[in-house]
Design a protein around this ligand. Structure first.
Ligand SMILES: C[S@@+](CC[C@H](N)C(=O)[O-])C[C@H]1O[C@@H](n2cnc3c(N)ncnc32)[C@H](O)[C@@H]1O
Length: 129
């Protein structure tokens, strides 16, 4: 098991990870003079701000990874589809967010996933070919 999957699967490690993402990574980035790339929390805040500014209801993400973006936006978007290439990461995310009814977390075997994703009018069914 990789550190990444262990952190993602374990609720306590996940909480510590989210605290690190929200505070330590951000403070370290500021102290370093805000170099690129920016920390994940800036990406999260940017997506949240766009959702607010443009009244966005749907988020489609390629690469669920550990589920940070899903975690930080699940209370904002009406529907989120987050697609992951790695079956283990997808499985962990599906378990972790099983209680969130506005999420669809499919796994894909296709690297060109966006051209094969069909979203129905309710944005809750995804088909990968
Ligand atoms: C940089 S991380 C994604 C981070 C995430 N979008 C976020 O902002 O928190 C990369 C992830 O994308 C996945 N991935 C790479 N290519 C992909 C593809 N074509 N479709 C879906 N997932 C993909 C990898 O397995 C990995 O988990």
């Amino acid at each position: 098991m990789s550190i990444m999957t262990a952190v993602s699967e374990n609720p306590v490690l996940w909480l510590l990870h989210r605290m690190k993402v929200k505070s330590i990574d951000y403070i370290a980035w500021r102290l370093k003079g805000r170099p690129l790339p920016c920390p994940h929390i800036i990406k999260e805040k940017t997506v949240q701000q766009y959702a607010k500014d443009y009244n966005l209801e749907f988020l489609v993400e390629t690469g669920t990874f550990m589920g940070d973006m899903v975690c930080s936006t699940k209370g904002i978007f009406k529907n989120i589809i987050s697609i992951e290439l790695d079956p283990k990461l997808a499985e962990i995310a599906q378990k972790k967010f099983k209680n969130a009814s506005n999420l669809t977390l499919p796994v894909t075997r296709n690297k060109h996933v966006l051209s094969h994703v069909w979203i129905d009018q309710n944005a809750n069914k995804t088909k990968n070919t």
